[in-house]
Write a protein that binds this ligand. Structure first.
Ligand code: GAL
Length: 425
């Protein structure tokens, strides 16, 4: 019922909008039926490089889809930490946005299994996407032979960003190749007066750090096995990884649990930290925030593992404007849409035939890395694990970071989550 109420509110707002639009239509040519032509797009891209990416996509949509209007339903909060809760509530109330952002892989499968998204297999054929997208990505979007979303990009999670001036002032001139060397550099920074040299944020950003450490400890294949049941969370290699993670956390800011990733990023920009592990949306965000002088390296010991995630857009079941939404999706799917979006967002295009003009040096390097890399999925960003599993792991990290600080208790909680959520194929 609240869904209906939500729709009524939107109608009332739309009706009020009609008056304004009619007043404006004398100049713009107007819109015959503004309510029917709105496409409500639900994401968590609300500021910085993320918003810049969205704005670029919206410009293409406006050019491609005459008569359709974009409605921004973004809910701020990195990794969708708030947005996913709002979306879950809206879907439960049968009040879906027209389209929403969903990560390729396990997270998307949640929505497919719950019947929340429409089959787009026909559009894949119509728009020639089977040839334009890598087969591996298509596989991650497919369930029982059907494809349910349009990928906009591929992001890399396992990257360390640095403030070169801070490092140089502490006498650090090379990237660390091992976790031990990284810990050594963090100690050097601390001795040079940087109290919390590793900028860190809340639960899901801690999960990203832990995942990067576990990729080093286990290697790409055994790491991926943590989420299929093939690798045990109780092994001594995982224990050693969690101990290293704990050492790294001890070099981070004490107020981490109250910080989203852009707050932690601010510590790096302001020279109060030397490093931050974060996905490569950070490259575009650092530039958007006036700090293009960053440097980066793959997390020490990860080798050629490219921890990937992909943002994709769906046609929600019961979308109020399916035709307009398909036009939005065709813009997302197009090479020009992907170029414009990714140039601003910092990711690499999902389409392999996308021109790369306007891409940063980091992005051009990522495009090349992706071709030769070993792909590894991410739990923090839904390619490896379901939302329920993600929530359990985030809860475990939050308890560790805010309360018990025990590596043993953390490992137990992570192992319990795996037992509960690993899918029995
Ligand atoms: C990821 C998402 C990225 C970026 C990031 C930080 O989950 O895939 O596009 O938005 O969160 O919010």
């Amino acid at each position: 019922m609240r869904g209906l109420a939500g729709r009524r509110t939107r109608r009332a707002l739309a009706a009020a909008g009609v008056v304004l639009l009619l007043a404006a239509s004398a100049c713009t040519g107007g819109d015959d039926d503004p309510e029917a032509a709105r496409v409500e797009v639900f994401t968590w891209w609300a500021e910085g490089g993320e918003k810049a990416g969205m704005d670029a996509l919206v410009s293409r949509f406006t050019a491609d889809c005459a008569g359709q209007q974009f409605t921004d339903a973004a809910v701020a909060g990195g990794a969708g930490i708030n947005a996913k809760q709002v979306l879950t509530a809206r879907l439960a109330q049968n009040d879906p946005p027209d389209t929403f952002q969903a990560h390729a892989g396990a997270e998307l499968t949640d929505y497919i299994d719950a019947g929340r998204v429409e089959d787009l297999t026909g559009e894949y054929d119509e728009w020639g996407l089977r040839d334009a997208l890598p087969q591996g990505l298509i596989d991650d979007l497919t369930v029982d032979g059907k494809i349910y979303s349009i990928p906009a990009n591929v992001h890399r999670a396992n990257v360390v960003w640095s403030n070169p001036q801070v490092l140089s002032e502490a006498g650090i001139h090379a990237e660390p190749k091992t976790i031990t060397a990284f810990l050594g550099d963090l100690e050097k920074l601390r001795k040079a007066g940087i109290e919390a040299p590793l900028a860190l944020g809340r639960d899901w950003t801690q999960l990203m750090l832990l995942e990067a450490v576990l990729i080093t400890k286990l290697g790409a294949e055994r790491f991926a096995g943590l989420f299929t049941g093939a690798t045990s969370w109780n092994s001594s290699a995982v224990s050693a990884g969690i101990r290293d993670f704990d050492k790294l956390v001890k070099y981070s800011n004490a107020d981490r649990d109250s910080m989203d990733w852009p707050d932690a990023e601010r510590l790096l920009i302001d020279g109060r930290a030397g490093y931050q592990l974060m996905g490569d949306w950070e490259a575009a965000d650092l530039t958007a925030k006036g700090f293009p002088a960053y440097d980066w390296f793959t997390f020490p010991g990860n080798g050629d593992a490219f921890q990937w995630l992909a943002d994709s857009f769906v046609l929600a079941t019961g979308a109020p404007n399916p035709d307009g939404t398909k036009c939005w999706l065709s813009t997302v799917a197009s090479a020009e849409g992907q170029r414009a979006f990714n140039a601003a967002k910092g990711s690499i295009p999902a389409r392999t035939d996308t021109p790369t003009d306007g891409f940063s040096a980091y992005q051009l390097a990522a495009v090349e890395d992706w071709k030769a890399a070993t792909p590894v999925p991410s739990c923090a960003h839904g390619s490896a694990c379901s939302q329920a599993w993600q929530n359990a792991v985030n809860t475990a990290l939050s308890a560790y970071s805010t309360t018990h600080h025990s590596v043993v208790a953390l490992q137990k909680a992570l192992a319990a989550a795996a037992t509960q959520f690993v899918k029995q194929e």
